[in-house]
Design a protein around this ligand. Structure first.
Ligand code: NAD
Ligand code: UGA
Length: 459
């Protein structure tokens, strides 16, 4: 079959894979190829066991794979064929040199630019899908223009706002699609081509067009705002625990103001995930690099507050369990950074487990999707870790259950059965406030929610 356009996506990760699967589904007249240097990942995308768990994704991939969606490691061929190249490689926090621990590590991004000029033999639109520091497109253009092949490259920014666990829904029904392009005839043309792809299923009114730099920066700012809400509610949760105010009631009362809104006000053990921390630190770094120190410090507090919240959770476990957890089994309910994903990148569970191991506890981890990743995260330090798919077994003989991921299945467990199998006094630390605390208390547990009055049987 002849396809109208050839689209290439470099990077077959949490963004590249789902995004291209949805574009393939909605644009059958386009041929879409997703390439990656990671052979194993590509093999998985081509198998019945796709490399990431996202509700609904498996079905879409099965529908379009090898029809108009292809996964391959042949980057060279992919570049030659493509009219439009999305780049969705990883942009983690730099771990070395200037800006280590703060700035974005753009090495994968830059390598991609060099690969593109090496193999391109016709004009291309380059789409920044990865999250990047503001003005990255300028660097990309400099690299691409250094080629003397007479090929034109137009760089546009099109950041991705999907959240893991709801990626398919977010891609099918996004709040908005953002496209940033140079306000030149060539820039406008590229912007229109990209908008036309999304217009296959997204109302034009939801496609926002900005200049390139606003688009790049909006992505960092959107993540900073979202994370800031979590740090704000978490900061208040600590105060609630001291005053018998209830964080859920406060979130409801405050979020009912239409100017504030109800979403992203769930107090927790702290946000995790591959992006919030890295994107805020990157924003802090960029802001500082322009000498805007107060603004930088403002955003940095969002991350500091988050680190504090994770620490606070562990400190509370140790303190309430009579200041020692040494040799005590603690069942960790959940390891993923949020529900409906197997992803554990920057999951608060990693920090919590490490701290509990430092305190010489035995940690029994149970999670419906993230046990393989947990094993990798704790490799070399997991002598006192038990990986247990069955939550009932994880809790057997434990002194405490610490719930860290808000999986639905944890809500419906038989907690009477769990209580009976545990050591007494039995503790529940609900790091997500998803359990029925009163019921747990009535069963006999000592219950410690986040930002709510604790329910204990102690005098
Ligand atoms: P990821 O690590 O899952 O995937 C990136 C992929 O790029 C990897 O498979 C890696 O092998 C590949 N890659 C790296 N260098 C390459 C090269 N030179 N050639 C070919 N492939 C190469 O990362 P991700 O979670 O998909 O994130 C990608 C970008 O999207 C990041 O900038 C991230 O900030 C942003 N983002 C992520 C999410 C999310 O939910 N994960 C959401 C929005 C935006
Ligand atoms: C986040 C953003 O929501 C996406 O819009 C963005 O595209 C993405 O980052 C990215 O750039 O990578 P994600 O990290 O996948 O998505 O998941 P979120 O739903 O935002 O959750 C992040 C963390 O915050 C999780 O650990 C979650 O449990 C926590 N959280 C979320 C809370 O503690 N409280 C809340 O009220 C909401």
């Amino acid at each position: 079959m002849e396809f109208e356009r050839n689209i290439l996506c470099i990077g077959a990760g949490y963004v590249g894979g789902p995004t291209m699967a949805v574009i393939a589904l909605k644009c059958p007249e386009y041929r879409i190829e997703v390439v990656d240097i990671n052979e194993e990942r590509i093999q998985q995308w081509n198998s019945d066991n796709i490399p990431i768990y996202e509700p609904g994704l498996d079905e879409i991939v099965k529908q379009v794979r090898n029809k108009n969606l292809f996964f391959s490691t042949d980057i060279q061929k992919g570049i030659k064929k493509a009219d439009i190249i999305f780049v969705s490689v990883n942009t983690p926090t730099k771990t070395f040199g200037e800006g280590a621990g703060m700035a974005s590590d753009l090495q994968h991004w830059e390598k991609t630019a060099h690969t593109i000029i090496e193999y391109a033999n016709s004009d291309k639109i380059i789409v920044e899908k990865s999250t990047l520091p503001v003005r990255t497109a300028e660097a990309m253009e400099r690299i691409l223009k250094a080629s003397n092949k007479g090929i034109k490259f137009e760089v546009v920014s099109n950041p991705e706002f999907l959240a893991e666990g709801s990626a398919v829904r977010d891609l099918l029904e996004p709040d908005r699609v953002l496209i940033g392009a140079h306000q030149t005839p060539e820039g406008r043309k590229a912007e229109k081509e990209l908008a036309d792809i999304y217009a296959h299923w997204i109302p034009r009114g939801k496609i926002i067009i900005t200049n390139l730099w606003s688009s790049e920066l909006s992505k960092l700012v959107a993540n900073a705002f979202l994370a800031q809400r979590i740090s704000s509610i978490n900061a208040v949760s600590a105060l609630c625990e001291k005053t018998d105010a209830d964080i859920s009631e406060i979130a409801y009362a405050v979020g009912s103001d239409s100017r504030i809104g109800p979403k992203f006000l769930n107090a927790s053990i702290g946000f995790g995930g591959s992006c919030f921390k890295k994107d805020i630190l990157n924003l802090v770094y960029i802001t500082k690099s322009y000498g805007l120190n107060e603004a930088a410090e403002y955003w940095e507090m969002v991350v500091k507050m988050n680190e504090h919240q994770k620490q606070r959770f562990v400190q509370r476990i140790v303190k309430e369990m009579f200041n020692t957890v040494a040799d005590k089994k603690i069942a960790l309910f959940g390891f993923a950074f949020k529900a409906n994903t197997g992803d554990t990148r920057e999951s608060a569970a990693i920090f919590i487990t490490k701290q509990l191991l430092e305190e010489r506890a035995v940690v029994a981890i149970t999670d419906p999707k993230a046990l393989d990743n947990a094993r990798m995260d704790l490799k070399g330090i997991d002598r006192n870790v038990i990986y247990e798919p069955d939550p009932y077994k994880a809790a057997e003989g434990a002194y405490a259950v610490a719930l860290v991921t808000e999986w639905e299945e944890f809500k419906t467990l038989d907690y009477e059965r769990i209580y009976k199998s545990m050591k007494k006094p039995a503790f529940v630390f609900d790091g997500r406030n998803i359990l029925d605390h009163k019921k747990l208390y009535e069963i006999g547990f000592n219950v410690y929610p986040i930002g709510k009055t604790q329910l204990t049987h102690f005098e």
